[in-house]
Design a protein around this ligand. Sequence first.
Ligand SMILES: [Zn+2]
Ligand SMILES: [Zn+2]
Length: 146
Amino acid sequence: MSHEGIRFVSAEEAAQASAQENNRPPAEAVTPLKVRVKKSEGTGIEIEWRDGHKSAWDFRWLRDACPCATCNAERETTGRATGEAKPKSEDPFALYQAPPRPDEVTPVGRYALSFKWNDGHQSGIYSWTYLRSVCQCAICKPPRKG
Ligand SMILES: [Zn+2]
Ligand SMILES: [Zn+2]
């Protein structure tokens, strides 16, 4: 019996193959190289990924895309898309709401960011995988026609 023809698969290749099987993005695509949180400017965050891709979101979008269980359930019942603003209150006496911005942005382990929003909400854990999956650039999210 010959062992010829047996190809040893490196650990890296095996990892890539299993990632493809699970339809997961490659590690470089969900590992940030640089993260810029423009908290003092109040604008948003920018991430440069290890695969060279760049993503940016404004704070309002991120607040409306909060991935916590409560916000997920709310979006499911109202049919609101991830990152889409909630309909404005019709109540003329509704309190003015300051634009969403985080009071604190904290890294969660090495895999996510957590925001403490100025409206007090802070249960969303924004993992790198999640953020990459909601990248708003023209390549990931081509502009809608019409
Ligand atoms: Zn939430
Ligand atoms: Zn993108």
